[in-house]
Design a protein around this ligand. Sequence first.
Ligand code: ADP
Ligand code: ZN
Ligand code: MG
Length: 493
Amino acid sequence: MYQPIIGLEVHIELKTKSKMFCSCKNDPDEHHPNINICPICTAHPGTLPVINKEAVRKVIKTGLTLNCQIPEYSQFDRKNYFYPDLPKGYQISQYDKPLCIKGYLNLDGKKIRITRIHLEEDTGRLVHERDYSLVDFNRAGIPLMELVTEPDLVSAKEARRFAEELRLILRYLNVAEANMEKGEMRVEANVSLRLTQAISKKHKRKPHENILGTKVEIKNLNSFRSVERALEYEIERQTKILKSGKKVIQETRGWDENRGVTVSQREKEETHDYRYFPEPDLPPLRIIPEMITEIKAGIPELPQQRRERFKKEYNLNEKEIEIFVQNKDLGDYFEKIISEAMEWLKKVEGKAKIVKLTSNYLITDLQGLLKGLPFSEKEILITPENFAEFITLIYEGKISSKIAKDVLQEMFSTGADPSQIIEEKGLVLITNAAEIEKIIKEVISQNQKAVEDFKKGKENAFQYLIGQIMAKTKGKASPQLVNKLLKQTLDKS
Ligand code: ADP
Ligand code: ZN
Ligand code: MG
């Protein structure tokens, strides 16, 4: 049996105002090529780079979050290679003194070690036409963070989970948007196969002989789905090679999304091909403890902490929690509603029910109204206060769930407050017992069969009668009251 071993190299464009070494706007604006450029990021002779402090801080923030050590000294190096998207003929990167080393990310309870995180600059963008190519330098010089993991991932699914959780963390940190589809996050996956422990034991190998197999690096992964699919394909391809007694060759392969295969691109270049040397135009960086303390203080609640807190504080189920963790804005909105609603109620007994109602209305009904658009508190017209009032109206039985749907729809399109909507549209519940009893009598006389069924012990029949009564009142009768009065009437008859 072979076990997949996977290590990821992830490039992430940092969210900063300006570029890495000049004051150009950090905006790759693909519709207007070559507008965010200057002599520095287009490598005019005689220009000098200046380090973007915000970018350095964001890398350190990421490193601290991912349990990395931050060495006191860090340094930029030149990575030399020729390609038309690289105006200087070298990329300013970091080689043996990166900003962050030796960390880990806790992924579903398993530690995935992080080798290093360093800072470099992005390249320009090439646009290939039929018989010529164009180059857009808007992206050249955008701060780029590279994170490298140890080969600790053991399946395609796990590699995908790692990339997804990393992106979520970066968003919580406000370090990057990391949209893979926009190229803001680029994942390269290294994968090899090795014999599982059981087999190596059978072959009487010593532990140190249980070494890693030859790896293949997969590029051109533009979505989390491609990361998983490409790795699955590659694991199968390598398994076939090894089973037939052949050897895997170390190479770079590209993922062909349409055909669903990896294709050989080139045999791997060696590090010395890049002729790395310290960047003479930049001083080494000294990271002082005060800076680390200050950055640490700015680290917010992280996804995993939020999962644990939402479980403890609201006792939501895993599915609900994941929705409020993945969609942080919706989770924040949820929390505001709960705290407002609890104030309305002025007591704590109802909390569990309020939580359940809020969670259901946000996840099912509101998402339905949004029709697949992402939730954003800034854009939605319903304030948390109004949503909280809406929830308490349902909680206190002042509106039925049927009316609630109409009220929510109206709140969603106008932003009006729920009590006003109820009043204006005459949606106030019928809470007058006499009025409801009159309707109950009518329904009973028209549905004798259901009444008999109920007496024979059919619970469905009871629900059926409730339904008839609610229909007659157009959903305006108080459900609690209908329930109570119908029971009384049936018991008496
Ligand atoms: P290279 O020198 O080829 O760039 P590195 O040692 O720098 O290789 O590792 C690059 C990435 O490949 C890292 O994420 C690392 O975890 C991963 N990696 C290294 N060896 C293997 C292997 N045998 N199988 C799978 N991944 C590996
Ligand atoms: Zn510039
Ligand atoms: Mg390497």
